[in-house]
Ligand binder design. Structure first.
Ligand SMILES: *Cc1c(COP(=O)(O)O)cnc(C)c1O
Length: 379
């Protein structure tokens, strides 16, 4: 009963260091999924671990109405890396909570009641964010969810134009869909979304929970399109694997965001981890590195002439459309080639390696995938 909601993988993980995880028998695995992009600096980055250890001995928690130096530092750091104009910060404990807050703030600030989201979208599993998530599989047993969500085909400007009206509180989009199969939106689509929401006074929310903190080669994926949203949500890798959700927004949202709160918001331990994570990403030019190694990795994947349909993505957010089920391939990759990756739907192999990987890790990854594909082909 204690494990009833977890699906177990046949490897027990004991420790992590850099781009590798080690099981309890001491076997090493190249971590090409970073546990869903949660460890951008690799496992147990010394700077982050030091900050956690130092903070743990000083103050683990105090109620949010008292300012603390670690929370103040995180807010300052977040504003420094946020898109220009998104200078207001809200902190919570997960991605779905960040989206939940974004939806509440948008409803409050606009007075609108409806939300426009996209087909294939994934925004989380609480009742509001889940309502804006596309797949019925996640939603159906829990209905009715929050009403008023309309889905439009992703990256289709006409459908978006048709859906957005005076009653729209928010348009909620991932700049690159993660769970949905690694689909980047065109820059012009994101620009259209910006113009349409501005016209009717709706909030444009970008869910950068998977695409953020350097993953796609810029700090935020919306930078590729040069579009600044009204609200941007982040989580996953922002605190190197400790539970943190964050939202940054423009003044007009913050000024009329309504009452909202969370007990652990901005807790000092997690804040210390996140500040060092973000500072390291900035100081060590991690987004630029992700862009460079990501381009190399995609090139090598294409050059390897694998029996696959497509290699796509941006930076170190890469989807490989395979010809047969992704899950069998992933198992083969893990158990026979020591590479841990992720699926995104039934036929997409998803790569979200730590952003610190070098070309030799990329080579190891390509060799592993080549080997696993070969076994698949001959089986
Ligand atoms: C993972 C994810 C979420 C949900 O985050 P949780 O921390 O699991 O609640 C929301 N949106 C996107 C794009 C995600 O990848």
């Amino acid at each position: 009963m204690s494990e009833f909601v977890f699906s177990r993988k046949p490897i027990t993980i004991d420790r992590g260091e850099g781009a590798y995880l080690y099981d309890t028998d001491g076997n090493a695995y190249l971590d090409a999924g970073a546990s869903y992009a949660c460890t951008p600096l690799g496992h147990c980055h010394p700077r982050v671990v030091d900050a956690i250890q130092e903070q743990a001995g000083r103050l683990l928690y105090v109620q949010g109405s008292y300012p603390t130096p670690p929370r103040d530092a995180l807010v300052e750091q977040l504003v420094a890396v946020a898109p220009q104009g998104c200078a207001n910060v809200w902190l919570c404990n997960s991605g779905t909570e960040a989206n939940e807050a974004a939806l509440k703030f948008a409803r409050s600030a606009t007075g609108g009641e409806t939300v426009v989201a996209a087909t294939r979208a994934f925004h989380g599993r609480t009742m509001g964010a889940l309502a804006a998530t596309w797949r019925d599989k996640y939603k159906q047993p829990f209905e009715p969810l929050m009403p008023g969500v309309e889905f439009v085909p992703y990256d289709d400007p006409e459908a978006l134009t048709e859906a957005v009206d005076d009653d729209t509180a928010a348009v909620l989009l991932e700049p690159i869909q993660g769970e949905g199969g690694i689909h980047p939106a065109s820059a012009s689509y994101l620009k259209d979304a910006r113009a349409l929401t501005e016209d009717v006074g709706a909030a444009l929310i970008f869910d950068e929970i998977q695409t953020g903190v350097g993953r796609t080669g810029t700090m935020w994926a919306c930078e590729h399109a040069g579009v600044v949203p009204d609200i941007l949500t982040s989580a996953k890798g922002i605190a190197s694997g400790l539970p943190l959700g964050a939202l940054v927004c423009r003044d007009w949202i913050a000024e009329d965001s309504g009452p909202h709160g969370s007990t652990f918001s901005g807790n000092p331990l997690v804040a210390a981890a996140a500040t060092q994570t973000l500072a390291t990403i900035v100081e060590e030019h991690i987004p630029e590195h992700a862009a460079e190694v990501g381009a190399y990795l995609r090139e090598e994947l294409r050059a390897a002439d694998l029996p696959v349909r497509d290699v796509r993505g941006r930076g170190l957010m890469i989807g490989i459309e395979v010809k047969r089920g992704a899950n069998r391939l992933l198992r083969e990759l893990a158990l026979e080639h020591g590479v841990l990756a992720l699926p995104a739907g039934r036929t997409v192999l998803r790569l979200l390696p730590p952003l610190i990987i070098e070309r030799e890790h990329a080579d190891e990854l390509v060799a592993g995938i080549g080997g696993a594909e070969e076994t698949e082909e001959s089986s």
